[in-house]
Design a protein around this ligand. Structure first.
Ligand SMILES: [Zn+2]
Length: 80
């Protein structure tokens, strides 16, 4: 099956920075990582193709709530 995905990119990204994606339509706020994982699953199913997933603002996400693909991205530092 080869289900190993590169979750590591989050860790190797900038020092503890998260990217939040805010849906322009319903104003839902998502962690980009979560959107990316969801879409990675879809993309793998649809294309059978796993591209190198980079922290890309140009990657198109789809809002799980309203289906919009317009997001505003903002950096945020996760404080534990
Ligand atoms: Zn939305």
């Amino acid at each position: 099956m080869g289900g190993t995905k590169s979750h590591e990119y989050h860790l190797v990204s900038e020092v503890g920075e998260d990217i939040l994606a805010e849906c322009k339509h319903c104003k839902e706020l998502y962690n980009q990582e979560i959107l990316q994982m969801a879409e990675e699953n879809n993309a793998v199913k649809a294309l059978g193709n796993r591209n190198n997933v980079s922290l890309a603002e140009n990657q198109i996400h789809t809002c799980p709530s309203c289906g919009s693909s317009e997001f505003t991205y903002q950096n945020s530092i996760e404080v534990c």
